[in-house]
Design a protein around this ligand. Sequence first.
Ligand code: ADP
Length: 491
Amino acid sequence: MSIRLRLTLWYSFVLAALLIVLDVSIYSILSNSLRANVDTQLNDIAGKILGASEVRSFADILQVAFPEDLDIFRSSDVGILVIDLDHNVVRRSSNVSTVNQSFDPDGLTVSTPPIYTTHDVLFAGAHLRVLTLPILVRNRQVGYLQVGGLLQGVDESLRQLSSILLIAGVFGVLAAALVGAFLARQALRPIDQITQTALSIARAGDLDKRIPTLGPPDEVGRLTETFNLMLDRLAGLFRAQQRFTADISHELRTPLTTIRGNVDLLKRFGGADPASLEAIRGETDRMIRLVGDLLLLAQADGGLPMRQEPVDLEQLAGEVVRQLQVIAGGVNVSLQTGPGEPVSVVGDPDRLRQLVLNLVDNAIKYTPPGGEAKVRVQCEGDRARLDVSDTGPGISPEHLKPGPGGVPLIFERFYRVEKSRSRAAGTANGSGRPGSGTGLGLSIAHWIVLAHSGQIDVQSELGKGTTFTVWLPLYPSLVQPVKLTPQNTGK
Ligand code: ADP
């Protein structure tokens, strides 16, 4: 059953229940009030009759003399009976001259006024309201007076009222159901549109479709907005996925083509040409590196757990610098550390090493021989700060703009400024010729920093050099608030 039908049915059901309660109340209030009017009229007549009666006594015998003509007290639709204690009718008004029994036998139990009864009875096919009063003479009951009024007028009025209430109720509920169905349809129309859009996206795979947001920002409006936002996000992820797959295929095709060309050469000319073998080895290394980086990023996406150990960042940076100095190919690589306590952070030593290695490797790779690459480690407030700067060609601002992922473009996967820029010098990660980078080094560095609750930033000036700065939370026990006094600020 659709929501629209359910809403309409509930709406109509509640309205019908309310109308029934209201109709029953109106009917009973009016019925009681009409009967009360009849009762007053009957009481009036009975009072007048008893008032006009005389009591006669003969020795011990008491007699009540009723007026000769009872008809003068009554209206046309009222009948009067005087009944003795044996329940025999002894006097009657002319309009009930043939009546030989009481209108209301049940009423003949009353004994003392003001106790009287009023009952609705069906007498000889007529609907009557009957008032029964005991007739008392000197506190002795001698009979009953019954005054019966026709309820025809009352019944007619109540019948008309119930027909009006019934017809009005049925039409009211029908009209309410129609209006309710219309309103429910209007309110649910955007949901229908959402369903249609979702269906057409599912059928055609077109993630660029959006639901028009025309209505007010109510619940359905917000649902539409949320749905559109979700589509934006899905479309973004889908495009990133497509780009990523295309990039991987492209990155893998180049070394595979090179390998195949060299294998063909070896096959054609025979022998083991050292240059071809070296090229095959270089490309194989590059593919191994690429696949390793991809695996790492895939694991990162899947939530690779990080070890949590205290790591001496100065010591780690020193080791990386020493390792890379050997293959720096004419670039002067140096390490600067701040005075005092060692700079320790909490994290995964292997990942942190990879972070420093990627940054320093890039600094060496993109700096021409004779240039400089500097690594600086220091404390800054409650964070450790690592700067890797070089005197290389710099990166132009357009590559530092935020990309689709909200981070500078060079941190995006496979993003490279210009493939011919990397130097021919061999470096730690094995890139030994122009265009040998994979474009994944900085995105891995970015992920490692985020996974350690840190921050990474890049400052660059074309022709002057680049500085990557990383902030990481300090190992808690080593965080000591430094008070700046004239003594320790050196003044
Ligand atoms: P790659 O494997 O190509 O070095 P990265 O992700 O490490 O990939 O770097 C992305 C791009 O950022 C590089 O292709 C390069 O153009 C630029 N880049 C990175 N570090 C530097 C640097 N120190 N100086 C100049 N450009 C750099």
